[in-house]
Design a protein around this ligand. Structure first.
Ligand SMILES: [Zn+2]
Length: 118
């Protein structure tokens, strides 16, 4: 793999700048508007990875890396799930890590908050 095809950004100021600069793109717009923290557990983006696949397609991953080097992806969650008729608009989108998003599944937001509160 060509090492030049990967760019890793871990500086918070730079992460925020990149997100702001590209806010016309969907995921960047959500993180720019709603913040870079998971609305559920509070982990925040501390790593952006730009990479190019073998076919030359450019991709970007938003990541929270923990001190032990494990990580979660930061995803865009639909507050009211698309599968239940939710819409793809910024009002219905929020930042959520992949772990919380998996837990949430297809339930609307309020049910999850209840489930996670002991
Ligand atoms: Zn989370």
């Amino acid at each position: 793999m060509n090492p030049n095809s990967r760019t890793i950004i871990t500086d918070k100021d730079q992460i925020l700048k990149i997100i702001k600069k590209r806010r016309n793109k969907r995921r960047f717009r959500v993180f720019h508007t709603k913040g870079i923290k998971c609305v559920q557990c509070g982990v925040e983006i501390n790593k952006i990875l730009f990479w190019t696949d073998p076919y030359g397609n450019q991709s970007v991953d938003f990541i929270h890396e923990f001190p032990d080097k494990s990580f979660v992806f930061m995803t865009v969650d639909h507050i009211y799930p698309l599968s239940l008729g939710g819409v793809r608009s910024i009002e219905n989108e929020q930042p959520m890590c992949s772990k919380c998003n998996n837990l949430k599944g297809n339930q609307p937001q309020l049910l999850v908050e209840k489930d996670l509160t002991n």
